[in-house]
Write a protein that binds this ligand. Structure first.
Ligand code: SF4
Length: 581
């Protein structure tokens, strides 16, 4: 019996503020799936935004679906119940469409787990029209949907506010699926129907071309929301069980103009766009009325030109604020005092690399002086715990660069000791992540550093910091970064590895040993300038030649200045002076 599961879902629903529960059967239904557990999915602002967008459409009703937590999963298996939606507790096969929200590559395996739990055949080619179309969107899909194409019928590659409602209106409004796909491809920007694009390969395994079926575009142009103020993005649901259960998230900007060469979000969400203070004030007031903390969200929230005014609005009303990380060159005394007044206890800085040389390679645009000033200001403002993010495995990285991570950390700690005349020594948490080269960045051609090299580099940093009681080091597992790189950089053939791994109960290593697909080919191989990349059919408006030029600048340790959308057209995204509408 599914009674226990239904009771659990109903009590979850009753505990939330902002859920939309429509009477079944009056509107065309979309099951919106987050391929992680409820607490994680409900903390994702993009997921909440699409839920709200679709429910605001007069003909659509959107319900949420999550990966069940362990205890719930056992109950599903024991009672032989297919996976149910949260709002009406119905199986996914009852819906007119099933849509996955994909933010991170490691969630891909959960897409397959969820389809299986929903009793939907995994492979698109094995599903008849009696099953709903299975589609996906989100940041990870916008970078490279290819490894998931064997399992999905369609993708929407773009910012949801730009065309997601139209996408589902057409998808669910056509009785004939093939007609719906053709209409979507013709009428909605950002639609990718994988079955209409057939790849073939050179003898060396590299991609030769995609043969595109008639009626489908050769390039998929990704739509963006031109005027960010036209659609406010903030928490639509407050869910007690979620990571941000006591935080009302407000998106203040999208896209980042700093041009860090490792950052995919910084490229695919170009140009940098800021919401106006007038449009944000209404959202802040709405958030303050809930009594929750106001969480400032954005690709670079502290870069908002009026961030101080916005913080003051919250603190003047007695509200609390949240901001997870800051650029060191934004961390001036005024901003940090406002954060402290807003109840922020610690802020993360992301030098990313230990040496100035490597920070030039990645175009981080931060000097050691910027970092020292920032930590001293942080400490003076009462933010005594310091979190620092670094990466290992960046292109051109040497042993010296790796050792510099530890040296820089100690020097930053010492800068605070000196500024406080020896009265305090801040505690530091160092977060070390393995660098994964991502599509649509200047590093898309570079190989992943390799698991053993990364392990050795992580060991080096830990060794250098041994005995430093006030510095704690957290490091990721390079093995998982390897598989993330495989999913981020792979083509359609990686789909079969994904399926094998699912069948091996998530054991990537076993699946890789048994598969004819060589994962190293996708992960560890340097690509040539002229190679057709699996994601080259997606058009984010950025010239591939610009990314290559930026790659060469990186290798020559040359920095590139930040975006200036009014006067610049260098990457291809902005029209440049005099060429706008
Ligand atoms: S054209 Fe210039 S300002 Fe616009 S996104 Fe590209 S680099 Fe930035």
């Amino acid at each position: 019996m599914a009674r226990k599961i239904i009771k659990h879902l109903q009590s979850l629903l009753a505990s939330e503020q902002g859920a939309v529960v429509r009477e079944w059967g009056h509107r065309r239904s979309v099951a919106l799936v987050y391929p992680q557990e409820y607490a994680v999915g409900m903390s994702n602002l993009g997921f909440q935004t699409v839920y709200h967008l679709l429910n605001a459409h007069p003909d659509l009703a959107c319900e949420r679906v999550f990966l069940p937590a362990e205890a719930e999963l056992q109950e599903y298996q024991r009672s032989r119940t297919p996976l149910l939606s949260l709002e009406s507790q119905r199986p996914l096969t009852d819906f007119a469409a099933v849509a996955f929200s994909l933010s991170f590559e490691p969630d891909y395996l959960n897409v397959l787990n969820i389809l299986e739990l929903a009793r939907i055949p995994l492979l698109a080619a094995h599903r008849g029209d009696q099953f709903p179309p299975i589609v996906a969107g989100g940041a990870a899909a916008m970078l490279n949907p290819e490894p998931l194409t064997p399992f999905l019928d369609a993708f929407f590659l773009g910012e949801g506010e730009a065309a997601a409602a139209l996408f589902f209106e057409i998808l669910t409004g056509h009785p004939d699926r093939q007609t719906a796909f053709k209409t979507l491809a013709a009428d909605v920007p950002g639609v990718y129907i994988p079955s209409a694009y057939q790849p073939d390969y050179h003898a060396d395994g590299t991609l030769r071309r995609f043969t595109v079926s008639p009626g489908y575009p050769a390039k998929i142009r990704v739509p963006h929301l031109t005027d960010l103020n036209s659609y406010p993005v903030h928490s639509r649901l407050l869910a007690p069980g979620s990571e941000f259960s006591r935080m009302f998230l407000v998106e203040v900007n999208r896209g980042c103009g700093r041009g860090c060469r490792f950052c995919a979000a910084g490229f695919i969400y170009r140009p940098p766009r800021h919401r106006s203070v007038a449009s944000l004030q209404a959202q802040l007031q709405e958030g303050l009325a809930t009594g929750a903390k106001i969480g400032f969200i954005g690709t670079a929230a502290a870069d908002h030109p009026d961030i101080r005014q916005l913080l003051r609005t919250v603190t003047a009303s007695g509200g609390q604020v949240g901001m997870s990380s800051l650029r060191a060159d934004c961390a001036d005394a005024e901003l940090l005092t406002l954060l402290h007044q807003g109840g922020v206890k610690s802020v993360a800085l992301a030098p990313e690399a230990g040496s100035e040389r490597l920070r030039r390679v990645i175009n981080k645009g931060l000097t050691e002086t910027d970092l020292q000033e920032a930590v001293v200001n942080l400490h003076a403002a009462g933010l005594s715990h310091l979190r620092l993010y670094f990466m290992v495995g960046l292109p051109t990285e040497t042993h010296q660069d790796v050792e510099d991570i530890a040296r820089l950390t100690k020097r930053l700690q010492h800068a605070v000791v000196k500024a406080s005349a020896g009265r305090s020594r801040p505690s530091i948490t160092l977060s070390l992540n393995s660098f994964v080269p991502k599509p649509f960045t200047p590093f898309q051609w570079t190989p992943f550093a390799g698991v053993s090299a990364l392990k050795e580099r992580l060991r080096m940093v830990k060794r250098e910091l041994q005995g430093q009681r006030q510095i704690r080091v957290h490091a990721d597992l390079p093995k998982w970064a390897y598989f993330q790189a495989l999913l981020a950089r792979g083509d359609r053939r990686v789909g079969s590895l994904l399926l094998d791994t699912h069948q091996a109960s998530g054991d990537w290593s076993r699946a890789c040993r048994q598969s004819p697909v060589n994962p190293d080919f996708f992960v560890l191989r340097e690509r040539s300038r002229d190679e057709l990349l699996p994601w080259d059919f997606i058009d984010h408006g950025i010239d591939k030649s610009y990314l290559w030029e930026e790659y060469q600048n990186a290798l020559a340790e040359r920095e590139t200045p930040p975006c200036q959308p009014d006067v610049c057209s260098r990457c291809g995204v902005c029209p440049g002076p005099g060429n706008g509408d």
